[in-house]
Design a protein. Structure first.
Length: 156
């Protein structure tokens, strides 16, 4: 059932589109030349704090498919845990992606940084065990108290 739900929320096979994105001030621009993995809404305290909202909308992509077109010199990284770095524009503060040294082949893209509809939809709320008490989840998408299954995190 999980695989069918993920497949339903992905573009049709071969229905890939080039995606572009960037930061609020325009200093950073990037492109994604591969398909995005499943979208998850992360409710962990670190994602809430780095986004300034109830959750962060993220999707994985293969690092080889992610390319900074301009502004590489203004991208800063913050080590939010032993194995995770959060990248953001050092001029305007826009969150861009996350990366893990233990999984260098993957980037976790912040969907809010994309220019257009990525063609994928959320497959789950993760880390709801630490969600903001003032936010109520009202959709019927799966919820995970902590880390979701790997199928919710890996690009195709």
């Amino acid at each position: 059932a999980l695989a069918a739900d993920i497949a339903r929320r992905q573009p049709a096979k071969g229905g890939f589109q080039m995606l572009t994105g960037g930061c609020l001030c325009g200093a950073v621009r990037f492109e994604i030349s591969g398909r995005l993995g499943p979208v998850v809404y992360c409710h962990c305290s670190m994602c809430r704090r780095s986004s300034g909202s109830a959750f962060a909308a993220n999707a994985s992509v293969k690092t080889a498919s992610f390319r900074v077109l301009q502004g590489d010199e203004v991208i800063a990284e913050y080590r939010s845990s032993e194995d995770f770095f959060r990248a953001f524009c050092s001029r305007c503060g826009s969150p861009l992606y996350g990366r893990s040294p233990s999984a260098p082949q993957i980037r976790r893209i912040r969907l809010g940084a994309l220019d257009s509809d990525p063609g994928v939809r959320c497959v789950g709320h993760v880390w709801v065990g630490s969600k903001a008490p003032w936010h109520e989840i009202t959709d019927n998408i799966g919820q995970f108290p902590g880390m979701p299954p790997r199928t919710h995190l890996l690009p195709p």
